[in-house]
Ligand binder design. Structure first.
Ligand code: SAM
Length: 337
């Protein structure tokens, strides 16, 4: 018993050490469109290779790898079928993780390759900063993967937010740095009196509007292009900031918050949607800590509750409540101090 338990713990560590292969193998499966092609039913490895225009032996070995991860089922005659887990990797499926896969196999993969430098210097090691965001959003291919990855997460978080937070006395929700504005969908679906506004860089206007149309709420959402480092339009009584403050150091976060504060005036509110770092972590906190290490490579950080109090306080705001949402996310409500 004892020996088995020891082996099993050791195997868990081996799984952690070698985890990188999974990110790349799943990433290649998505890049070759294998999960989408299998959406209509099982196919032979040879047919998948020819449709993907890739080497038959290489694709066969990739498919076997995906089968060992439980994402595909290996059937007799080297045919492969999607499993329930594999369905999440199709692009056009509800709750898709297709964009997130591309994001992790490329941008995050490269970020983590340089994390040692960030740990030693405390500085960003991956391409980042105000201009870099604008350049990335102007590069259609990179922007598509990044924005879909964000939207896949935010659609779900927004629906959970709508269940957890009372929007009855809000009129216009602005999703600042909202990307496609996926976060707005849940609150708009649940609150017919609400209107939405996405405020993000001008280059996202067309794709964000198309996304809102797909979600069936485009008639209630307006896109406004601009930079939150320059100004935030004074139109909404509630400004949502999801995954914005964690992108930036305190100085840049303060600039954004001061512009949001000016936009909401004395009566509005800001909802910061982030995962909060507990004062003492345990294995249950892996998501927020993974986020924090990711942000370390780009010059941002995840923060503790005390750090949010200090940061918002410096921007002339005070935290009025913190509402747990789902999956470790919280809505930090802040108003003029
Ligand atoms: C990490 S993403 C978060 C997207 C969205 N809030 C979400 O959680 O799904 C950061 C967003 O900030 C936007 N952004 C970056 N710099 C900006 C700027 N200067 N002004 C407005 N938006 C900006 C990006 O285009 C991107 O959509």
């Amino acid at each position: 018993m004892m020996a088995d338990a020891l082996v099993s713990e050791r195997d868990q560590v081996i799984g952690m050490i070698t985890g990188a292969w999974k990110t790349q193998v799943i990433g290649e499966g998505v890049k070759l469109g294998l999960f989408d092609r299998l959406g209509d039913g099982p196919m032979a490895a040879s047919a998948l290779a020819s449709m993907a225009g890739a080497n038959e032996d290489g694709v066969m070995r990739l498919l076997r790898g995906l089968a060992t991860l439980g994402l595909l089922e290996h059937q007799p005659g080297n045919r492969f079928a999607l499993t329930p887990l594999g369905h999440y990797l199709r692009r056009d499926t509800p709750d898709s993780l297709n964009g997130m896969t591309g994001h992790w196999a490329d941008r995050m993969w490269n970020s983590f390759a340089g994390i040692g430098q960030s740990i030693r210097t405390g500085e960003a090691s991956a391409p980042s900063g105000i201009d870099h965001f604008a350049e990335q959003q102007a590069d259609t291919g990179a922007a598509d993967v990044f924005n879909r990855a964000m939207a896949e997460g935010s659609l779900r978080v927004g629906r959970a937010l709508a269940r957890a937070y009372d929007f009855s006395d809000c009129q216009l929700l602005m999703d600042a740095g909202g990307g496609y504005g996926a976060l707005l969908v849940g609150p708009l679906e649940a609150n017919p009196h609400l209107s939405g506004q996405i405020y993000d860089l001008p280059s996202l206007s067309g794709v964000a509007t198309a996304y809102q149309a797909e979600q069936g709420v485009a008639d209630r959402v307006r896109y406004v292009g601009g930079s939150f480092f320059e100004t935030v339009p004074a139109s909404a009584d509630c400004v949502l900031l999801k995954f914005i403050l964690h992108d930036w150091n305190d100085a840049n976060s303060l600039t954004i918050l001061r512009h949001c504060h000016a936009a909401i005036g004395e009566d509005g509110r800001i909802l910061v949607i982030e995962r909060i770092v507990p004062e003492t972590v345990s294995p249950a906190d892996q998501d927020v800590i993974r986020g924090d290490l990711t942000m370390l490579t780009v010059g941002g950080k995840e923060r503790t509750e005390a750090e949010y109090h200090a940061l918002l306080g410096e921007a002339g705001l005070r935290i009025t409540k913190i509402v747990p949402i789902d999956a470790g996310y919280s809505a930090i409500e802040a108003r003029a101090a």
